[in-house]
Design a protein around this ligand. Structure first.
Ligand SMILES: [Zn+2]
Length: 534
């Protein structure tokens, strides 16, 4: 069994308002500090981009009345990570690809006006070459010292091979390549800094080094809170904050799991996150601990599910569907639209575009309710799977999917892509896996490509999906409900031997999608279904 880090939440119980305010004051200072760093970074980005996280911490380190050094370092690190993530995303989106080949497909049967052999579609495929890889690398890392660094700093063989390749191309193409990388770098950086990242949440993460354990059980059994969390080294009277909590063995596990051995200075280190509930004046402390993973493996009763936003949340191939709570979502969307409107007015009046306290608190509450709803619906779907005797859920890997994000249609004046973010459908992977694994079901993610365009006759074509709701094969004419059909195609990726073996890696009872380009996937699908049926 593997050990994994898992986070657990502890809600404060009857937290004294003075303590709450002390913590909140600290959070306010940290939030302002982060936003001031964000602005400074954007003002001189070409300088900061080449510095490490450690350099940032040294540069921005300061004193804040309510914060200790750990709080401050962690805040700086948060800003560094936010910019690094945003930059990586931009680089990924602008990765250079070059045109590879045209692929032409033909009709295999007479369909309507089209005869066998007529041209059905053209497809342009891209490929990434060593040169595009080197250019992408240089766009990411090029600076004046890079060449010298690559020549003198030795690494292991696998990495060295790539560095040699970089040096080889620089020798070959010289300034042309470097200028290209620099101009891409410039473009990415200017997009990155056109709006400084604005930090909104009062939550903060910090660490403590303390003599006593972070959680202690309450000896007084009459107390409603049965344990407390101690955070030492605080810049307040007495240096310590004690937070009464409710500890549940069932949910949090044995308290011993949170005990750690002290280091050679007889101090125990903990990292923790504090989240504020401004309405209830309550806080949540998030702690991490090691836990045996409970990943379910080797299950074979496959159950494909299509996830979408438009018609329902989940659909299986039998026609079962679980929808999200539309009324709740609509209320939420309307609330967000009102917020958008208020922010717009503030922008027009040249005010800082931030929500007032009431709206901010409401937004937090409603967002949480929406996330809870998605969890409830996932739970419902898992129960459905169990009732059908299934033990292995198959889903599209939404991280690598553009399907959910591609649609630009609107829901009550709201882009679907924003709705997808709101419904935290990108988290849905973790949500379902965790719920399913707890109930003994395995979960596998497959490549999302062509699940909505593939027909069991072997025809894979965009035109097979004339409307969102309908699947109608342009080659054989078969017609289905689009979501039901997609669920069936998703299930096939595991249930059909050829597809499972060609598209997925298998390791110790678990499947992961192979890294294949789209045209390879298409070829595999076409030949599999062709042989299967025709
Ligand atoms: Zn067909």
């Amino acid at each position: 069994m593997n050990l994994v880090h898992k986070s657990y939440s502890f809600y404060s119980h009857d937290l004294n308002i003075i303590k709450y305010n002390e913590l909140f004051e600290k959070a306010k200072q940290l939030l302002e500090f982060k936003n001031s760093i964000s602005i400074e970074v954007c003002d001189n980005f070409s300088h900061f981009i080449n510095l490490s996280k450690f350099d940032w911490i040294n540069h921005f380190r300061t004193k804040l009345p309510n914060c200790n050094n750990q709080d401050i370092s962690n805040a700086i690190s948060d800003v560094y990570v936010a910019y690094d993530n945003k930059r990586n995303k931009l680089i990924k989106n602008t990765t250079i690809k070059i045109q590879d080949k045209f692929k032409i497909s033909y009709y295999k049967k007479n369909v309507g006006k089209n005869k066998v052999g007529d041209i059905k579609s053209y497809e342009l495929t891209n490929k990434s070459t060593n040169l595009t890889k080197v250019t992408t690398y240089l766009s990411r890392y090029y600076n004046d010292g890079l060449m010298e660094f690559l020549k003198t700093n030795k690494v292991d063989e696998s990495k060295q091979a790539f560095r040699d390749l970089v040096l080889k191309y620089i020798n070959k193409f010289g300034d042309r390549l470097i200028n290209l990388a620099k101009s891409r770098q410039k473009r990415i950086n200017s997009r990155l800094t056109e709006n400084p990242i604005e930090f909104e949440s009062y939550s903060y993460t910090s660490c403590t080094e303390q003599k006593q354990n972070i959680i202690t059980k309450n000896k007084n059994k009459n107390n409603e809170s049965n344990a407390y969390i101690t955070l030492s080294g605080q810049k307040i009277n007495g240096g310590k904050i004690v937070i009464p909590i409710k500890y549940s063995n069932k949910h949090h596990g044995s308290i011993k799991h949170y005990f750690k051995n002290p280091n050679n200075k007889s101090q125990i280190q903990f990292s923790y996150t504090i989240v504020f509930d401004e309405k209830k004046k309550r806080i949540r402390v998030i702690l991490c601990r090691l836990k045996h993973d409970d990943i379910v493996k080797h299950k074979k009763e496959y159950y494909g599910l299509d996830i979408n936003v438009k018609h329902n949340l989940f659909a299986d191939k039998y026609g079962n569907q679980v929808d999200y709570n539309r009324k709740q979502l609509l209320d939420y969307v309307q609330f967000l639209k009102r917020c958008d409107e208020k922010l717009k007015i503030k922008r027009i009046n040249n005010e800082k575009p931030v929500l007032n306290k009431k709206d901010r608190i409401n937004k937090e509450r409603l967002t949480k309710n929406i996330k809870d709803m998605v969890k409830r619906k996932s739970n419902e779907m898992v129960k459905k799977a169990i009732s059908l005797g299934k033990d292995h859920i198959v889903l599209e890997d939404l991280n690598i999917s553009s399907k959910l994000f591609a649609t630009n249609e609107e829901f009550e004046g709201f882009k679907y892509s924003r709705l997808v973010r709101i419904l935290s459908l990108s988290d849905i992977k973790n949500i379902i896996t965790s719920i399913a694994n707890k109930k003994g079901l395995q979960v596998t993610f497959i490549q999302p490509h062509y699940t909505s365009q593939t027909c069991t006759c072997g025809c894979v074509d965009k035109a097979n999906r004339p409307k969102q709701e309908i699947f109608k094969c342009v080659s054989c004419g078969e017609t289905h409900n689009a979501d039901t059909h997609a669920a069936s195609m998703i299930e096939d990726r595991l249930a059909v031997d050829v597809l499972r073996k060609s598209l997925l890696n298998f390791d110790k009872g678990l499947y992961t999608p192979k890294k294949l380009n789209k045209s390879t996937i298409k070829n595999i699908l076409e030949s599999c279904y062709d042989n299967n049926k025709v």
